[in-house]
Design a protein around this ligand. Structure first.
Ligand code: GDP
Ligand code: IMO
Ligand code: MG
Length: 473
């Protein structure tokens, strides 16, 4: 009996210490008042500011939601920023100090001093592209040395991946996915097929050259069969080994680094790439990318377990965009033309014009469900400054039936007819608003409605690409 009581007491003490620990993390709120204040109507929005602790940030739409900008802003309260999936298909834009930076592989935290940026195991790394990106940033005055870490387990993107990506797209003709042609699909394909090469291989030059030779030969056979040019092994080998030598100082076991950082109470910010509807499982398959862009990818792509995550932030535009092919139920030609005429919505990676449409609450509500989003950052509110009335898709109609979640099948989704509600526009500029009360009432109502329909608290509203154009609620 005494033994049982003792055991229970020990269990209780363990439980208390555990609860104590997690509460400690949860009460670490932002105290920096320089980010604007809540407004009387703030009760409709988040009651607390985004707590940093360990936060996963995901795109809640089809990518390009403005994740880079929000990451850059949130980085003030983070210590470590980690990418967990995707590759240099991503293009995250940060406008700062009169300069525009577009980051593809390096986490968006790199522009802030004293932060550590990690490229996790789930990212597919084109070493040549990474070396170029490091070079470009350094030339722009950004310090990159011990503040960048690259996982030794990350898979490599090789020239044959890019060539196969391009050939597959060509052969699909009108049915193409509209990929970024960065070789992302074939690289993840090799990873799943267990035939990929990794950063750790690149760190062992003799082993790498041997593996590359066999893989290059095999892929050249595929390329020739597709009618494409074969890839010269010697050149690839030379260039990759040179890139590997440049990257060597950054390569480490990032799982251990992240665990130690968490142990020391550091705040980790997980930077999602792409968006929920480009997810290989939950997106508009096959018009998707090849990684898990949703919350699970942040865990498998870094080796951080779910019980170390405190917070999930979803980023979404005040309207919808998509670049590449695939269904986009709320697509609207007039809205696309308007936004393009303002010089907005051109892809950060490929420069392609993004397709634009009305805000799709069916999609974002589903994104909240999949990711467990508790707080929202709404970007590009200023994109709606001249639009009146504004439409919001609140349901889909398919074969006479109303749907409240997107169907799994891309053809069915393409056949869905949006059910809209309309709200009045505000027809004035919002881009200099510093707090919620400075937004026109119609804009506040619109933001409130997007939060209600999406099912999460709105914590941030962005009214321009720059850091200062951010309203914290
Ligand atoms: P990401 O891939 O999610 O990081 O987004 P991108 O950088 O590809 O695309 C978002 C675009 O919107 C970029 O050009 C940003 O500079 C821009 N942007 C982000 N937030 C805002 C905003 O609130 N207003 C305006 N006008 N532009 C914004
Ligand atoms: P960020 O991180 C928007 C799209 C491509 C294509 C599909 C598959 O900037 O939000 P891929 O090259 O990945 O095989 O292409 O996914 N795509 C993106 N669209 N933003 C992105 O990244 C994207 N990364 C890939 O246009 O439709
Ligand atoms: Mg982008």
């Amino acid at each position: 009996m005494a033994f049982i009581v003792g055991k229970r007491l020990r269990q209780f003490a363990l439980f208390l210490s555990f609860v104590g620990k997690s509460r400690l993390r949860l009460v670490r709120h932002w105290t920096d008042s320089s980010f604007g204040e809540s407004d009387a109507s703030g009760k409709f929005f988040a009651r607390t500011r985004i707590e940093m602790a360990n936060t996963i940030l995901v795109g809640a739409q089809w990518g390009d939601e403005g994740k880079g900008k929000i990451i850059d802003v949130l980085t003030t309260k983070a210590d470590v920023i980690v990418r967990s999936q995707g590759g240099n298909n991503a293009g995250h834009t940060i406008v700062h100090g009169g300069k525009t930076y577009i980051l593809h592989l390096i986490p968006s935290g790199i522009l802030r001093r004293g932060k550590v940026c990690v490229i996790g195991n789930g990212v597919v790394v084109d070493p040549i592209a990474l070396v170029n990106e490091i070079g470009q940033l350094r030339r722009a005055g950004v310090k990159i040395s011990k503040n960048l870490l690259v996982s030794d387990c990350a898979h490599l993107v090789l020239p044959y991946h890019r060539a196969i990506d391009e050939q597959r797209e060509l052969r699909k003709g009108r049915a193409k996915i509209g990929t970024t042609k960065r070789g992302i699909g074939p690289a993840y394909g090799d990873k799943a097929a267990r035939t990929g090469l990794r950063i750790s291989d690149l760190m062992q030059p003799r082993l790498f050259s041997k593996k590359l030779q066999a893989k290059n030969r095999e892929n050249n056979a595929v390329l020739r069969a597709l009618g494409a040019r074969a890839i010269d092994y010697d050149e690839v080998n030379k260039n990759y080994l040179a890139a590997g030598a440049t990257l060597r100082p950054f390569v480490t076991n990032t799982v251990v680094y992240l665990h130690n950082a968490i142990q020391r109470g550091k705040n980790i910010l997980f930077e999602g790439a792409q968006g929920t509807f480009l997810d290989i499982d939950f997106g508009t398959y096959p018009y998707v990318t090849s990684s898990n862009t949703t919350v699970g990818g942040a865990l498998t792509g870094t080796g951080v377990p779910p019980n170390r995550i405190d917070h999930i932030v979803g980023v979404m535009k005040a309207y919808t965009t998509r670049v590449g092919e695939g269904p986009l139920p709320t697509e609207d030609r007039n809205l696309s033309d308007l936004l393009h005429s303002l010089g907005r919505e051109f892809g950060a990676t490929t420069g392609r014009a993004r397709r634009c449409g009305w805000f799709d609450a069916v999609a974002t509500r589903y994104a909240t469900m999949i990711n467990g989003i508790d707080e929202l950052a709404i970007t590009n509110l200023d994109g709606m400054d001249t639009v009146d009335p504004i439409r919001i898709c609140v349901g889909y109609r398919l074969n006479g039936k109303r749907l409240n979640v997107p169907p799994c099948d891309a053809v069915q989704l393409d056949n869905c007819e949006p059910i809209y509600e309309e709200m009045p526009g505000w027809k004035q500029s919002t881009s200099s608003a510093k707090k919620l009360s400075q937004l026109p009432l119609a804009a506040r109502n619109y933001v409130k409605r997007l939060g209600q329909l999406t099912g999460a608290k709105v914590s941030i509203v962005s009214v321009g690409p720059m850091r200062a154009q951010t309203i914290f609620l």
